[in-house]
Write a protein that binds this ligand. Structure first.
Ligand SMILES: [Zn+2]
Length: 124
């Protein structure tokens, strides 16, 4: 397999945000990944992710944080709700995508049929 760091997209659109995905050598506070809605960025620690599934899981985890924030779920009670929700769903999605590559491919191709609006055209 190719180095997944080289094929990792540099940007991803989640909700109303288009986020940069930055791979860094060091992330503050001993985190292995991070999402900052304020800075429009997902950060991934390069050193921690020796296995592709670890990298995929962390990227999914941070994407789910972005989903959580951009969808307004931050209105839930404070505490561990967000971290637990993101961790459980991220772990589950990583397994589903790893063990069902044909499903992920189908989702991707099906969504590609739903073209994004072309904003370059003038309105009539
Ligand atoms: Zn988290």
């Amino acid at each position: 397999m190719k180095n997944p760091f080289k094929t990792l997209p540099g940007k991803i659109t989640v909700g109303y945000q288009t986020l940069d995905i930055d791979v860094l050598d060091v992330i503050p506070a001993n985190n292995i990944g991070g999402y900052s809605g304020q800075h429009g960025r997902i950060s991934i620690d390069r050193a921690y992710h020796g296995k592709p599934e670890e990298l995929a899981n962390t990227v999914l985890h941070e994407v789910l944080h972005a989903c959580f924030h951009t969808s307004g779920l931050t209105g839930l009670p404070p505490g561990e709700t967000e971290e637990l929700t993101v961790t459980v769903l991220g772990n589950a999605l990583t397994q589903v995508f790893r063990d069902n590559p044909e499903f992920l491919d189908w989702v991707s191709k099906t969504l590609a049929l739903s073209a994004k609006p072309d904003c370059s055209q003038k309105q009539k």
